[in-house]
Design a protein around this ligand. Structure first.
Ligand SMILES: NC(=O)c1ccc[n+]([C@@H]2O[C@H](COP(=O)([O-])OP(=O)(O)OC[C@H]3O[C@@H](n4cnc5c(N)ncnc54)[C@H](OP(=O)(O)O)[C@@H]3O)[C@@H](O)[C@H]2O)c1
Length: 292
């Protein structure tokens, strides 16, 4: 298993992390898929209070030494609400300390200074080890960092895959400069990349993959892993998918083929969840106003 550094810290995270959004259906199968990943050396598991999977994750990680990331939802960004949400997550997960606690989505209705004050208190009290954010653009990330007085943001979790390339516009350069890890969620665009509409892209990747004896899914994950500061978070309920995905941490795509993949879609390709970003932030803003 290949490992990558987290931000400016000395933490070594597996080159692939396991996401747990929409773990549904057959719980036993989900648990088997995640346990298999852990056996193969995956040490990063990502969840969130809003996914309602912290209990399942807690059950699977019990007694194991892993790096656990979870998130506080944007409507809980007031000082007291952050502290309470963290206590709930610790309880759900059955652990004493969360390794990475992330602000799930920017909330323009609540001062980031207030939220970050609570996050710093959580680090100070030993309830969390590192502070991260998610779905923050470059400006929001800079503001979040400036709102912290004692600690630094180690990661920003955003959607990034071959058909959702908005982070390449200016976010990645900024994060590289600041040495902040990019946790790339939905490396398969929620599975949409395998749908008919992207058939041409997948066919080209399949052809490239033949040289490496790898599937399109493995090529897509590897394309992300080979980018500096990027760690993809994949979710697979199916143990066969999980096994296939983990094997993406152990091969190399040569520079020429990386460039061929880079050129399969335009850099401003925008097909993912981030299309709804402004809408979600507007909703959070209005909701916060109504509550005042
Ligand atoms: N921070 C945020 O706002 C945010 C938002 C979205 C997601 N995330 C995180 O990122 C994680 C991953 O994102 P995601 O769940 O949207 O999507 P994803 O990893 O892009 O795609 C998951 C889908 O792809 C399928 N799949 C997985 N491996 C495959 C393979 N090798 N071949 C074919 N199909 C495959 C899965 O099927 P099976 O399940 O049947 O195996 C599932 O339907 C989430 O679980 C969550 O932790 C974070």
């Amino acid at each position: 298993m290949e490992y990558k550094k987290l931000g400016k810290t000395k933490e070594r995270l597996s080159a692939i992390g396991i996401g747990t959004w929409q773990l549904s259906g057959n719980t036993e199968e989900n648990e088997r898929a995640i346990s298999l990943a852990i056996e193969k050396g995956i040490n990063l598991i990502d969840t969130a209070e809003i996914y309602r999977t912290e209990n399942t994750v807690g059950k699977i990680i019990k007694g194991k030494k892993l790096f656990i990331a979870t998130k506080v939802w944007a409507t809980h960004f007031r000082y007291d609400a952050v502290i309470k949400a963290c206590d709930r997550s610790l309880k759900n997960l059955g652990i004493k300390q969360i390794d990475l606690y992330q602000l799930h989505w920017p909330n323009p209705g609540i001062s980031i200074k207030e939220t970050m004050k609570a996050m710093e208190k959580l680090v100070y009290d030993g309830k969390i080890r590192y502070i991260g954010v998610s779905n923050f653009n470059q400006k929001e990330l800079r503001n979040a960092q400036e709102a912290l007085s004692r600690y630094e943001i180690v990661s920003n979790q955003v959607e990034y895959n071959l058909i959702e390339r908005m982070p390449e516009i200016n976010l990645i350069d900024y994060m590289k400069k600041e040495d902040i890890t990019l946790l790339a969620y939905s490396p398969f665009a929620h599975g949409a990349i395998f749908k008919k509409r992207y058939g041409g892209i997948i066919q080209s990747i399949d052809e490239l993959g033949e040289k490496y004896n790898k599937t399109a899914g493995q090529m897509l994950l590897r394309w992300l892993i080979q980018k500096d500061i990027v760690i993809p978070l994949t979710k697979a309920s199916n143990p066969r998918h999980m096994q296939e995905n983990i094997a993406a941490a152990d091969f190399n795509i040569n520079q020429k083929d990386m460039e061929i993949m880079d050129n399969l879609t335009p850099k401003d390709s925008n097909a993912g969840l981030s299309r709804f970003k402004n809408l979600i932030e507007y909703y959070l803003f209005i909701r916060a106003l109504i509550r005042l």
